[in-house]
Design a protein around this ligand. Structure first.
Ligand code: NAD
Length: 257
């Protein structure tokens, strides 16, 4: 229970990596605040289930990470924010010359600018508490590029840059800021890309997974949400107190290529 007494706010956490990270942090004893842009009974039930399963305080707060005011309001409503995990993200794939402007704007807002707004609101709270951890879920695409993902790659590189600046501005304080760069993780975001890719390459599901999705992931295995949660726990631990301003790849060797 190494995170007992800490509160973690995880953006975009009613699904996929965010939900997995929230569960691992709660398992390690942290109180958790889940978030997405919806306000359904199921969202609140997810938090209630985590709370009863792990014996921690778990809340769900609706806030749309495409809207600066709502990003900041999420931290205000949470009240406490010892660990901020900026995870909300969307994807859209198209060539630059055909990329819809509204998709570009949405990806930059949700995948990058939201982390600026939540961090801006969370740093004063962390300073008051005398401790803090900013953990940005970037991507292997924060360090490398792929065609047709201009907005996503730009946003994720931006998040890595923001992480470095956050680390420098807090370097003499008991606050760290780091980015985790996952390779492919089988979440709804990736699952949605499989049917189109099967059609495009005229391949079966397994072939698409091994030869297309995991083409650049030498381990030929997806990273898991539990592994990403574990990486967050490590970054939140005292062992990582001098790790700041850096990226940790959880990508089966992708960025070693
Ligand atoms: P996902 O689609 O399962 O989850 C995305 C989460 O973001 C959901 O909870 C969704 O509700 C939330 N979200 C979307 N728009 C939002 C908004 N406007 N406001 C608030 N929340 C919003 O996707 P995922 O694969 O779990 O992705 C999570 C993060 O991990 C993203 O930033 C993604 O870029 C990153 N990532 C994913 C992979 C992967 O292979 N799955 C790899 C590298 C990085």
């Amino acid at each position: 229970m190494e995170l007992k007494g800490k509160t973690a706010v995880i953006t975009g956490s009613n699904s996929g990596i965010g939900l997995g990270v929230a569960r691992e942090l709660a398992k390690a004893g942290a109180n958790v605040v889940l978030n997405s842009f919806t306000d359904n009974d199921e969202d609140h039930a997810l938090a209630a289930d985590i709370g009863s399963e792990f014996g921690v305080e778990a809340r769900y707060i609706k806030a749309d990470m495409s809207k600066p005011d709502e990003c900041r309001a999420l931290i205000e409503k949470a009240g406490v924010c010892d660990i901020l995990v900026n995870n909300a993200g969307i994807q859209y794939v198209a060539g630059i010359d055909e990329f819809p402007v509204e998709k570009w704007d949405a990806i930059i807002a949700i995948n990058m600018s939201s982390a600026f707004h939540t961090t801006a609101a969370a740093l004063p709270v962390m300073r008051k508490a005398g401790w803090g951890r900013v953990i940005n879920i970037a991507s292997a695409h924060g360090l490398t590029a792929s065609p047709y993902k201009s907005a996503y790659v730009a946003a994720k590189h931006g998040v890595v840059g923001l992480t470095k600046v956050t680390a420098l501005e807090t370097a003499e304080e008991p606050i760290t800021a780091n980015a985790i760069c996952p390779g492919y993780v089988l979440t709804p975001l990736v699952e949605k890309q499989i049917p189109d890719t099967m059609k495009k390459y005229n391949m079966g599901r397994d072939e698409v997974i091994r030869n297309v999705l995991l083409e650049r992931q030498p381990s030929k295995e997806f990273a898991t949400v539990e592994q990403l949660g574990g990486t967050c726990i490590f970054l939140a631990s005292d062992h990582a107190a001098q790790i700041t301003g850096t990226t940790i790849s959880v990508d089966g060797g992708w960025t070693a290529l």
